[in-house]
Design a protein around this ligand. Structure first.
Ligand code: ADP
Ligand code: MG
Length: 313
């Protein structure tokens, strides 16, 4: 298969287009190039030092190397210096229909069959990254998208290490993002170099999934942001189980285990979904299983043998 190449893109053409979102030091514009049919976004990242620029360049290189239907990889970039140490980095990405926080906000509840389908897509994307030796390190609802044709995709591998993000979010008092950081990251007595970055991703993905399950949840256990990890630890799942199957609840419980080595790997979770949850919810998806398996085999990399890149260091 032809690999997508890293391309510079002409950012001048997009600057006047519509702003569709903003993040920490970022502005996201949608645009439609004259010569192309697909709509894109140009994400502008403001960078105020060279080290940060190098981190972002690493992120770009890693993202370029990815080619999977459940990962929205960077398709182009452009760096504009604004003075000696300040830059604007523009990233070209496929325009997505919505991020999954808007599914959570619909509040009608997401049926189990839909949750299982979404989880299978996301864990396939994550398994792909982990097999390539890439830990995502920034899984949160605004980095998980639904495309225009309904595919669910991960996006935005982090170029900021966990410890730096935790300290920044704490300084900003931003609890809305802290809740997606796994407990071992929040425990500042732990040596962050010892973190299992793959298992950290599993927890964060489980936490995003919990948001989807909670759309229809009537209780108040997790309504308050403070102490959410405590509520998760204390068996909140017993309540989730009333609405969703015990297989799905226990898979989620496993992903959200406070002990990283008790969490299953992305590969194992994908297998459980395909053998247990699809069997119950969507038998036809076994056809996809074959397709995904052949993609994973192509990579020919043993997940357990590869240490993840740690972009934040
Ligand atoms: N490719 C995209 N298509 C549609 N919306 C996007 C895309 N990339 C980012 N966004 C939206 O723009 C906003 C800012 O995104 P971003 O700069 O990545 O910051 P963050 O992920 O921290 O929110 C988010 O709401 C995100 O969902
Ligand atoms: Mg993002």
């Amino acid at each position: 298969m032809m690999k997508t190449r890293a391309v510079k893109f002409d950012v001048e053409k997009v600057l006047d287009d519509k702003i569709i979102g903003t993040g920490y030091n970022t502005t996201v514009n949608s645009y439609l190039p004259n010569d192309e049919q697909d709509a894109w976004v140009a994400k502008c990242i403001e960078v105020d030092n060279i080290d940060k620029l190098l981190q972002i360049m690493e992120e770009i290189v890693l993202s370029f190397s990815c080619d999977h239907e459940n990962f929205n990889s960077i398709k182009g970039y452009c760096v504009i210096p604004t003075d000696k140490t300040n830059f604007k980095v523009y990233l070209k990405l496929q325009l997505m229909r919505e991020n999954i926080s808007s599914l959570c906000n619909k509040k009608q509840g997401v049926p189990e069959q839909e949750i299982v389908k979404i989880l299978h897509s996301l864990i396939s994307g994550l398994e792909y990254l982990h097999r390539k030796g890439i830990a995502h390190q920034n899984l949160k609802p605004t980095n998980i998208f639904v495309s225009n044709n309904g595919d669910t995709k991960l996006a935005d591998i982090s170029s900021e290490g966990y410890a730096d993000r935790r300290d920044r979010l704490n300084a900003q008092g931003d609890t809305s993002e802290i809740i997606y950081l796994p407990p071992e990251v929040l425990d500042d007595s732990l040596d962050q170099k010892e973190l299992d970055l793959y298992k950290a991703d599993i927890w964060s993905l489980g936490r995003c999934l919990l948001d989807l399950l909670l759309c229809s949840y009537e209780g108040d256990v997790l309504k308050e942001q403070e102490g959410q990890n405590e509520a998760i630890k204390k068996g909140f799942f017993l309540d989730v189980q009333k609405v969703y199957s015990s297989d799905l609840s226990s898979l989620l419980q496993d992903m959200l285990s406070s002990e990283p080595n008790q969490r299953r790997s992305a590969h194992e979770i994908k297998h459980i979904i395909e053998t247990k949850l699809f069997a119950k919810n969507e038998p036809k998806s076994f056809e996809n299983e074959k397709k995904y398996k052949s993609q994973s085999n192509d990579l020919n990399v043993n997940e357990t043998e590869k240490k993840p890149w740690n972009l934040g260091e």
